[in-house]
Design a protein around this ligand. Sequence first.
Ligand code: CA
Length: 210
Amino acid sequence: MIITLVVVGIFVGLAMVNNSDANQTRFEKQPPIDGQPTIGDPDAPVTVVEFGDFKCPSCKVWGESYFPQLMQDYVDTGKVKLAYVNVLFHGEESILASLAAESVFKQNPEAYWEFHHGLFAEQANDHNARWVTPETILEVASNVEGIDTDLLADALENQAEMAEVQKDDALVKEFKVQYTPTIMVNDVLIDDPFDYEAIQAAIEKALEEN
Ligand code: CA
């Protein structure tokens, strides 16, 4: 058993620990969410982290269906706080979208989530279409109350929040994110982000452990 654990540790990385539950990976800690856009009661006992990419079609679907379901079932009831970390799997456009989102968050955290969902709503049906542009970003921002679009344009031009984007990228590497969206409930990686029952079960377990 000990030897098995050591071998597994070598192959899957040091941050993971073995877990007897099927279809679950448990890390030694949960992703730190300081400085990340987070919705819900800051004192909520359970933390759900979405590692997402504005260019990812599955993330758009997740955000339109699973996000509101989690809000209704767990965030609005004070049990869960939900944080979003940027993933850059689609290159330049992922970086630009992340810079925009981080800049909005820096400028006015209150405006973040509306901008976040607004940007996802602009995602092109053609996955290869280049749709993340400064023009699209500023158009979305102009429809969200509380965003100064001139300041945002400057921030994009100067890549003002690149350090935040890199911080997210480091978390993606630390937690070995392989696909988007990747959903973690506290320190538990949910294997299938579209298995709502698995997400619920992990949340309920975390609430019990709390
Ligand atoms: Ca971030």
